[in-house]
Ligand binder design. Structure first.
Ligand SMILES: Cc1cc2nc3c(=O)[nH]c(=O)nc-3n(C[C@H](O)[C@H](O)[C@H](O)COP(=O)(O)OP(=O)(O)OC[C@H]3O[C@@H](n4cnc5c(N)ncnc54)[C@H](O)[C@@H]3O)c2cc1C
Ligand code: FES
Length: 284
């Protein structure tokens, strides 16, 4: 089987998308749908958790979207969790099974999962950050014996906005995954934490030296989460962030995605804190 990225590189232009078919559409929340995508015969995505693809609709536009399925569950298809926010994503939300999307990628640097083996993992996630994080979580759970504790702190605006609720329930039912949830606006049935994601930190104790933290969510949350991770004394080299910037080309040509002098589409979206702390724009 050939890899999609090799096919894209060998075509006349790195900007030429490969047509891929939507094989299933699942509504997750009022704003997000899950799209299962199948590449043409003989092509596979071969992605890493944390990478993204450039998704396009002819005549409408193109945008970067994280791959939410894990490589361990690729099965000839991959999944994208797409929030309806603008021109392209509104058109995609109207698409049904059988429709074609353009795909380029996978692009960017994913999470270095081989460095996480043997460690306790503290996942800190806000809102749509669950889209890329789910790929990593399921990759870890499919190889569970090679990791220590798995702790998930996940916050959303309201209970109905929590993504992948069936999977969340399965993770909560396991005795080898610790799930802590919070929402800003509870409904009547909510009996868990209320407030921003940092409210969950007092609920967890970690062995700092042996813990890797992975933080994925809206940039506004990063500064506050970082303070909590510092309080827990997790070493800089064990803290990973996903930094999403306005990307256009996805391949280091246009400069749209720059964080100071760094192109996030090439060096990221996954970054180690030790790489970010001297980039002024990272936590401003
Ligand atoms: C690496 C990466 C991974 C991503 N993964 C996902 C994912 O898994 N799922 C997902 O749903 N989204 C994801 N996104 C975000 C997605 O790419 C954007 O939301 C994209 O802009 C949607 O395209 P659109 O044409 O539908 O919306 P747009 O028309 O681009 O509008 C999106 C929003 O941004 C605003 N906006 C548009 N242009 C500008 C501008 N120049 N300056 C300020 N605001 C602007 C609009 O008003 C609107 O609110 C990811 C982004 C990156 C960089
Ligand atoms: S998106 Fe063009 S250089 Fe990164």
């Amino acid at each position: 089987m050939n890899m999609l990225l090799d096919e894209v590189k060998q075509s006349d232009s790195i900007y030429m998308p490969i047509p891929a078919r939507i094989t299933a559409v699942t509504t997750l929340t009022a704003q997000e749908k899950l799209f299962t995508i199948e590449l043409p015969h003989e092509l596979c995505l071969n992605h890493e958790p944390g990478q993204f693809v450039q998704v396009s609709v002819f005549g409408v536009g193109e945008a970067p979207i994280s791959i939410t399925s894990s490589p361990s569950r690729s099965n000839g298809t991959f999944e994208l969790c797409i929030r309806k926010v603008g021109d392209l994503t509104n058109v995609i939300h109207r698409m049904e099974r059988g429709a074609l999307l353009g795909i380029r990628g996978p692009f960017g640097r994913g999470f270095p999962i081989e460095r996480f083996r043997g460690k306790d993992l503290l996942f800190v996630c806000g809102g749509l950050g669950m889209a890329p994080l789910r790929s990593l979580v399921n990759e870890v759970l499919d190889d569970r014996g090679n990791y220590g504790r798995v702790i998930l702190l996940y916050g959303a605006r309201q209970p109905a906005d929590l993504l992948f609720q069936d999977e969340l329930a399965q993770w909560q039912a396991r005795d080898d995954v610790e799930v802590h949830l919070t929402v800003d606006c509870p409904d009547e049935g909510w009996n868990r934490c209320v407030g921003v994601i940092t409210r969950l930190f007092p609920e967890v104790e970690v062995d700092a030296r042996n813990t890797v933290a992975v933080v994925v969510g809206p940039p506004v949350m990063y500064r506050f989460v970082l303070k909590e991770l510092k309080k827990l004394r997790i070493p800089k080299g064990n803290i990973w962030f996903s930094f999403e910037r306005r990307m256009k080309c996805g391949v280091g040509k246009c400069g749209h995605c720059q964080l100071n002098h760094v192109y996030t589409c090439q060096s990221g979206p996954s970054f180690n804190f030790a790489e970010l702390e001297f980039l002024e724009e990272a936590f401003s």
